[in-house]
Write a protein that binds this ligand. Structure first.
Ligand code: ZN
Length: 480
C-alpha cells in the first residue's frame, strides 16, 4: 500500500457549546429545540445600536473546561471580531478571541504506548466565542431559511496540537475529550444536537520528516466514527496525489458520509482574511488570579483519577472500571451501590448487568431510574444475608424498576423471601423424593452426584424460596 510510505498528521478543532441558560452576550435562552427565531433579541439579531454584555456563567464554564484540560488560564484575554460574510451571521462578524485567548498549553492523555507511557495530545488553546445562526436549505422548496436561535450561543473552541497520527487516535482523542467535558459538566457534548462539532486539519509527510506537509481542513462530520472515516479517506487521497507527483492544495473539504468521500468547499482563508481586530464593544476580559486558583481547586474528579480510585476502593478490574466510568452519572450510580452495599464486585455485576439491561429496555436515563443506588444496595444485602435467593433477587429487581418500591416490600409481597424453616424445607424435600423415585433411589443408594439435581427440583418446587444451603444439608443427612 502506497500510503504506508506516509505518516498522517492531524490536529483537531472542537467547538463545544457551553451549558448556560442564556446566550453569551444577551439574555436570550440558549436552549436547543425551540421554534425558529424565538430565542432572539436586538443583540443576537445584530440590530443597529445593540450592545453585547458578557455572560459571567459562560466565562466560569470556559475557565473550568480549560483548567480541566490542563491549560493555563490567563488573567487577561481579549475578545476580537472575526469578520466574514455569511447569511446566518447578521453582524457580519463573529465575536471570538484571537491573539490573546482565554487559555493555552494543556494536554490530554488518550492511551498508553506498548511500553506503558502515556500517549498525549497537546492542547494549543481554548478560546471563547459565539455561535452563528443556522441556514436551513431543505425545508422550503426553492428557498433557504435562517434560524437565529443559535446566534450568540456561547462556545469554546478547543484547538489541539498536530499530535495525532492516526484516524483511531483522533477517535480516542475525541472520546477522551468528550468524557472529560462530561465530568466537568460544562456541556451536553451531543454531536446530534450540535453541542459538539469537530473540524480536522490533516496533512501527510514521509515518516521521520520534521516539516509538515500542506494541510487540508475537513468539515461536516457528524459522528466520531465519521471523523475517523473522513480522515482515512482524506489520508488516502493525499497519499495518492503525492505518489502521482502532484501537490496537496490547501483547501476546505466537506465530508460526504453517504458517499464516503470528501468534496471541496471553498479555498482556505488565511487568518488575515478574517481581519481580526479587538472587539470595541467589550472590555478586555480580566480574571482575578485568586479566582482562577479557586476554580482549579474546585474542579470535580476527572475520569483518570476516578478510574484509579475505583480500582483501589472497590476491587474492580481495569477493564471493568472503563465500563463503569464511561459516563459520570453511571460512575456515580455504581459508587453509590458499591459504597452502601460494601461489595464492589456485586455492585459491578448488577450495575453492568441488570441495571444497564433495564435502562436499555425502558429508554430511561440513569438519573431518572426508579431504583436508586441505596435501594439496589439493600437488595444486594438481602441476597448476601440469604434472605432472598439470587434468582428471586432478579424478580425483586424487576419489581423495583417498575414500581420504585423497596426490595424487602416487594420480596414480601411476592412471597420471595427465602425460607430457612426446617419443616417447610423438609416437606419440599419429601415431595421431591416422592415425585422422582428413580433419582431418589439412586441418590439414597450412594450416587452423590445426583444431589445437585435434587436440590434443583426443590428450588423449582419452592419457586426459588428454599435456602439452598439448608436443602443441601437436609439431603446430605438423609442420603448417601
Ligand atoms: Zn439575544
Amino acid at each position: 500500500m502506497s500510503h504506508q510510505r506516509y505518516e498522517m498528521v492531524v490536529g483537531l478543532e472542537v467547538h463545544v457549546q457551553l451549558k448556560t441558560r442564556t446566550k453569551a452576550f444577551c439574555g436570550c435562552s440558549a436552549d436547543f429545540g425551540a421554534a425558529p427565531n424565538v430565542n432572539t433579541c436586538p443583540v443576537c439579531l445584530a440590530l443597529p445600536g445593540a450592545l453585547p454584555m458578557l455572560n459571567r456563567h459562560a466565562v466560569e464554564l470556559a475557565t473550568r473546561a480549560a483548567l480541566g484540560l490542563g491549560c493555563s488560564v490567563h488573567t487577561l484575554s481579549i475578545f476580537a471580531r472575526k469578520n466574514y460574510f455569511y447569511p446566518d451571521l447578521p453582524k457580519g462578524y463573529q465575536i471570538s478571541q484571537f491573539d490573546q485567548p482565554l487559555a493555552t498549553g494543556g494536554s490530554v492523555v488518550i492511551g498508553k504506548t506498548e511500553n506503558g507511557s502515556d500517549i498525549k495530545v497537546g492542547i494549543t488553546r481554548v478560546h471563547m466565542e459565539e455561535d452563528a445562526g443556522k441556514s436551513i436549505h431543505d425545508r422550503y422548496p426553492g428557498a433557504s431559511a435562517i434560524d437565529l436561535n443559535r446566534s450568540g450561543v456561547p462556545l469554546i473552541e478547543i484547538v489541539s496540537e498536530p499530535d495525532i497520527r492516526s484516524a483511531a487516535g483522533a477517535g480516542a482523542y475525541l472520546r477522551t475529550l468528550k468524557q472529560i467535558l462530561q465530568y466537568l459538566d460544562v456541556s451536553d457534548v451531543s454531536m446530534e444536537e450540535g453541542s459538539l462539532r469537530v473540524d480536522a486539519n490533516i496533512s501527510v509527510r514521509p515518516p521521520g520528516q520534521e516539516k509538515l506537509g500542506t494541510k487540508t481542513e475537513v468539515k461536516n462530520m457528524n459522528s466520531f466514527s465519521g471523523v475517523e472515516k473522513a480522515l482515512e479517506s482524506e489520508f488516502k487521497r493525499q497519499c495518492a496525489l503525492l505518489d502521482s507527483g502532484q501537490r496537496v492544495q490547501q483547501q476546505t473539504l466537506l465530508w460526504d458520509g453517504t458517499r464516503g468521500t470528501v468534496r471541496p468547499s471553498r479555498t482556505k482563508e488565511g487568518s488575515h482574511d478574517y481581519r481580526y481586530f479587538p472587539e470595541p464593544d467589550l472590555l478586555p476580559l480580566m480574571l482575578d488570579a485568586t479566582w482562577i486558583h479557586e476554580a482549579r481547586g474546585n474542579l470535580p474528579e476527572l475520569p483518570d483519577a476516578r478510574k484509579k480510585r475505583f480500582v483501589e476502593a472497590y476491587g474492580v478490574s481495569p477493564t471493568e472500571v472503563e465500563q463503569l466510568t464511561a459516563a459520570p452519572e453511571l460512575a456515580e450510580y455504581f459508587e453509590g451501590v458499591a459504597r452502601a452495599s460494601g461489595d464492589g464486585k456485586a455492585a459491578y455485576n448488577w450495575v453492568m448487568g441488570e441495571v444497564m439491561a433495564a435502562l436499555r429496555g425502558s429508554g430511561v436515563d440513569i438519573g431518572r431510574f426508579k431504583v436508586r443506588p441505596a435501594d439496589l444496595a439493600q437488595l444486594l444485602k438481602l441476597v448476601r444475608e440469604g434472605t432472598i435467593s439470587n434468582t428471586a433477587a432478579k424478580r425483586v429487581f424487576a419489581g423495583m424498576a417498575e414500581t420504585g418500591k423497596p426490595a424487602p416490600q416487594i420480596a414480601a409481597e411476592e412471597g420471595l423471601l427465602q425460607v430457612g424453616d426446617e419443616a417447610a424445607i423438609a416437606t419440599w424435600v419429601d415431595e421431591v423424593l416422592d415425585e422422582h423415585p428413580e433419582e431418589a433411589r439412586r441418590y439414597l443408594a450412594g450416587e452423590k452426584k445426583l444431589q445437585g439435581v435434587l436440590v434443583g427440583f426443590v428450588m423449582k418446587k419452592s419457586k426459588g424460596r428454599a435456602d439452598p444451603k439448608r436443602v443441601n444439608q437436609l439431603l446430605s443427612s438423609r442420603g448417601g
